[in-house]
Design a protein around this ligand. Sequence first.
Ligand code: MSP
Length: 504
Amino acid sequence: MSFYVTTPIYYVNAAPHLGHAYTTIAADVMARHHRQLGEDVFFLTGTDEHGEPVALAAEALGVTPRELADKNAERFKALAPLLDATNDFFIRTSDPEHGRAVQEVLTRVKDNGFVELGMYEGWYCPRCADFKSEGEIVDGNRCPIHLIELDWEQEENYFFKLSALQERLERHYAEHPDFVAPGSRYNEALSFIRGGLQDVSLTRGKLTWGVPVPWDEGHVFYVWFDALLNYYTALTYARPGEDLTEEFWPASYHLIGKDILKFHAVFWPALLMAAGLPLPEHLYVHGYLLMDGHKMSKSLGNVLDPFEIIDKYGSDALRFYLLRDVSFGQDGSVSAADFEKRYESELANDFGNLASRTIKMVLRYRDGAVPQVELDPVLAPDFDGLCERVGDLMGRAELTPALEEIWQRVRRLNRYVEENAPWKLAKEEGREADLDRVLASLTEGLRTVTVLLHAYIPQRAEVLLDALGAPDLTIANARFGAAVPTQVQDLDPLFPKQPAAEVA
Ligand code: MSP
């Protein structure tokens, strides 16, 4: 079975921030989970380098668009491994192979009768690289997102005949109720479509920083069509000499932020229909990370720096925090103080302490040998169906509820320690068998949750599973009782407490 997951490709007009890290982390959690299921996974991320947003930023800095793109693409590329993201390829839309594939697909769209020449007139936001309808603009002529004054643009463009695809899009939505999730985003996209689709500019005449239109040299492709196609073109050249589209197209999941819904849920499927290509199976739309009530964005200057957090606490802590504290699919506030609270109470205490205590007790009372006895029938039912439920949720990109399912078991194991007080059993005559059962059940419970947590906190999960002598990550093995460890080894604290002063 194959699984193909993508992030949006990030604009290189500024350096990466936590909002970008967020989607990459979420996609990585899904990619890792599907690898644990034994599937063939392809995980793509990259940078969106053409168009006005980049050209304008470069102009302001007095460098060429390519210089700015080269510099910032490197920073995005470097972010992925820091987040422990296991992307299989990093696409840059300035790659010549991408450009050629864009030309090829869009020529097909034209040959199929979906392109015509026309005059564009309207409000345009150079920062969004998006044309705004009268209904969208605010305060007279301002961009609803950037709040900057919009330009009134008028130019001859080739148009993509989006209007011709309205019915087919509506039908696709009707036949695929899980095409877009969460449901509220499905409804939003569908009502946009039902509201009536206008043709959209496919090319720009005034720009030069883009993929040239092969049938008219005075034009480049409008950056959004060039960018959207990355999900497809990457597969044509990621592995030299191989065409991965056969195995991985259509994509299983495109993860996107809610600000780019229209492009992905309307323009993108329409473009694929016009090109005669299969549509992606699912789009999952996440919300915004907010700071002080505003969308975190470089242009608003309110960013929490992912590099700093990783430096201090490690990538696992950041990955966990973002998917735990902000419900994936909704907006949520983030702050250094909330991060610190989660780290202390859940990673250091709930999980880190559970791991240390369990291992220390097996070492102290049984010399590290996990008793091979029947597991506690009181605990076992609490793990029934867990693996399936987590798998089902993660398979639907419901990453926060999946994590909550796992965490309920982490808490259950902590209660189990308190209920059974192994340190008391160790002192009581004739309770050896009880202590054996408790230690074995606890170690096996810890192993089970850790296999499931691996996708979220891969580094620490691996360290812990090694200490448990149970490195197998297969999801089928994440069943309570499937692979009781035999011998444990000592372990340093997984999530060491940070001195309070460092936190502020
Ligand atoms: N280049 C386009 C995407 C093209 S995809 C074919 C773009 N780039 S972006 O860099 O501006 O944003 C990329 C993604 O990062 C978007 O999905 C966006 O929602 C996400 N985020 C940027 N800031 C964010 C937050 N503050 N919170 C959550 N995600 C955010 O759009």
